[in-house]
Design a protein around this ligand. Structure first.
Ligand code: F6P
Length: 340
């Protein structure tokens, strides 16, 4: 077989391990041939492809990012089904393995609905894709966020400050929940649970009253239960403009004003997606890559690989689309016991 591979959407630590898992197994066990498309669907539509052989995948499972590059290009804006079909034919490909998040998998579903031979590998550091227990990259992001919070805690302790760590998570709070629990945050704020400023300040002052420098973990997609709190109290900057910045920066002056505790916010941003993947992510990504190859060999078009417990299965693309995997109330309530 000759198989094409693409990585699409935001990068996640472990992408290279997936590529290696596919190509290594395909060459070593089956003698298949591989090409990589550069920069996601853009590379497919523009037919910028590069051969993937043993030399290209040597030692890459420990590298962050993706050797193929990525983009958020939608193939339906660049020729859609006829163009992708034409490129697969011109490249002599029997299958395409698309590694990406919801947007990538949605495009892959539309293409397979029209008869194109595609299997998927789910990817997101946010861990919000349904139909798979964990996505690779999440464990690395949680580890980086936890290490960062441990560091924020020692500087917060030294100054008696409240420290806010804003982590990734546009729609769900998995990274905030896990890193906040691991770092012993006194307050974890996630998009799934709107919370009042009064409640946040209660948690912060009670940590301070116990002699602790308060640590707040907040997901970027969190909002207060009443956004009017923010608009009325957020204030203007030195130039009379509304203060800009993420939710962490927005919360810092509100908490400081209400509690009298000096407060600093740090946005971790893309640091959470950079650098080497954890061992867990390397193993998970490698296994997902191998399973995707086997799905392609079996002709399981329109399906993606997924982790259930410790086993990997394939599920239809639609199982992962249109419904985010949010943090269940019981998981949040469990963490909340630890706020003190
Ligand atoms: O979906 C993954 C994610 O890392 C989100 O947590 C974050 O909001 C977004 O991607 C950032 O996207 P970009 O890299 O395009 O700025």
């Amino acid at each position: 077989m000759k198989i094409g591979i693409l990585t699409s959407g935001g990068d996640a630590p472990g992408l290279n391990a997936v590529i290696r898992g596919i190509v290594y197994t395909g060459i070593q066990v089956y003698g298949h041939e591989f090409v990589g498309f550069l920069n996601g669907w853009k590379g497919v539509c523009e037919q910028t492809a590069t051969p993937l052989e043993r030399a290209q995948i040597m030692g890459i499972s420990k590298q962050g990012g993706t050797i193929l590059g990525t983009s958020r290009t939608n193939p339906f804006e660049f020729g859609g089904v006829p163009r992708v079909r034409e490129v697969l034919e011109q490249q002599g490909l029997d299958a395409l393995i698309a590694i990406g998040g919801e947007g990538t998998l949605a495009a892959a579903k539309r293409l397979t609905d029209e008869g194109l031979p595609i299997v998927g590998v789910p990817k997101t550091v946010d861990n919000d894709l349904s139909a798979t227990d964990y996505t690779f990259g999440f464990d690395t992001a949680v580890q980086i966020a936890t290490d960062s919070m441990d560091r924020l805690r020692t500087t917060g302790d030294s100054h008696g400050r409240c420290m806010i760590a804003e982590v990734m998570g546009r729609h769900v709070g998995w990274i905030a929940l896990h890193s906040g629990m691991a770092a012993g945050a006194h307050c974890i704020l996630i998009p799934e649970r709107k919370t009042s400023l009064d409640q946040i300040c209660d948690w912060v002052t009670s940590a301070r009253d116990r002699g602790r420098a308060p640590l707040v973990a907040v997901a970027e997609g969190f909002s207060l239960d009443s956004m009017t709190d923010v608009h009325s109290e957020r204030g203007l900057d030195a130039f009379g403009r509304p203060r800009l910045g993420g939710i962490g920066e927005m919360l810092a002056p509100l908490i400081e004003d209400r509690t009298g505790i000096e407060t600093r916010a740090t946005t971790l941003g893309h640091i959470q997606r950079g650098g080497t993947p954890t061992a867990y992510d390397r193993v998970l990504a490698t296994r997902l890559g191998m399973a995707a190859l086997h799905a392609a060999i079996a002709g399981e078009w329109g399906r993606m690989v997924a982790l259930r417990g410790t086993d990997i299965f394939t599920v239809p693309f639609e199982d992962a689309l249109g419904k985010l995997k949010t943090v269940p109330d019981e998981r949040y309530d469990e963490a909340r016991i630890l706020f003190g």
